[in-house]
Design a protein around this ligand. Sequence first.
Ligand SMILES: NC(=O)c1ccc[n+]([C@@H]2O[C@H](COP(=O)([O-])OP(=O)(O)OC[C@H]3O[C@@H](n4cnc5c(N)ncnc54)[C@H](O)[C@@H]3O)[C@@H](O)[C@H]2O)c1
Length: 359
Amino acid sequence: MPSYLGGHWRDRRLKTGGGTPRRAPRRSGLQSRVVKPNILVTGGAGYIGSHTVRLLLRQGYGVTVVDNLSRGHRHNVDAERLRMVDLADTERLGRVFAERAFAAVIHFAAYIAVGESMRVPELYFANNVGGSLSLLTAMVRAGVKHMVFSSTAAVYGMPAAVPIREDSPYAPVSPYGDSKVMVERLLHWFDEIHGLRSISLRYFNASGADAESGLGEEHEPETHLIPLLFRAILTGKPATIFGDDYPTPDGTCIRDYIHVNDLAQAHILAVESLLAGGRSDAFNVGTGSGYSVREVVSAVEDVTGKKVPYVVGPRREGDPAELVADSTKLRHTLNWTPRDPALRDIVSSAWNFERKRGS
Ligand SMILES: NC(=O)c1ccc[n+]([C@@H]2O[C@H](COP(=O)([O-])OP(=O)(O)OC[C@H]3O[C@@H](n4cnc5c(N)ncnc54)[C@H](O)[C@@H]3O)[C@@H](O)[C@H]2O)c1
């Protein structure tokens, strides 16, 4: 597993609020360390949030996590940094902001299941939009002016052109996708009116794990392909492939799988950009390579050495044939490069986690 502790990231010198880098006093002879700011991470007990917290800590940031554990796991966060607070509780958020000086918020906390949002949209608008509004209100009150926001490829709906660029129009086809559009709009107005700068990262398919640190994907219910294929292998209950009559080479949907650590690193680069005075913006985060569902099945069989039991069902409403990111803007503007773009490596890291979890 390539490490984000090495290479140029280790040598970055972070500027806070456009000022000069803050340094700790020399601890001994030759040793010195850059003291990095405190970041508040919402949803840090979840899948992507916990990987980002781990990376932030390893790169020297102070981290406090806000999570109500509605969908996350206590074991993903050190007890002393977890604040069990619901986003809707603006007053309690205010007390967390008062604990220490936070330079930025990375905002993961949300409900994430497209299918559930089609059945109970009110849950998604209340939690994802209402929760974000409460958080932004608490940030304004506390004078915290930087946010990195978890957005999604679902803001584009059924894109007219692939790979998708950031200037493709908003066209969400689910309450989930629309809840993220609404938060991006909130962020626009909070910048205009309150000077709160933000970067929205529109993720494609987050996948893989940092099994070494015991972190991985544990959604309940699970809706993501790679863990569902593992489940099919482990239980013998067939997974369902939703449609094999799409206009793609093998008829199944094509998606862009991005390793969760590469995604986590994009958040840190986004925070650094904002703290160095960068403007509000939105970026796609994907590798730019698409894999069909059948190709993912083959990769899973290859890595595990086991056949995946599956059946082919009908298409799901609102599933585009192909979703692949054009991430040129992120690569050029924030100097981001995925370290683990190969599907086989992503699947292999996820399988390592699955085996550790089961043992
Ligand atoms: N997983 C993906 O492939 C993917 C793709 C695109 C976008 N995203 C976005 O990334 C973010 C994180 O996704 P994830 O896969 O890590 O999800 P997750 O469900 O594993 O984590 C979300 C966390 O937020 C917490 N949370 C939810 N509502 C809360 C509230 N009101 N107050 C406090 N905590 C709350 C949950 O307890 C959970 O720990 C989400 O915003 C999601 O929309 C994920």
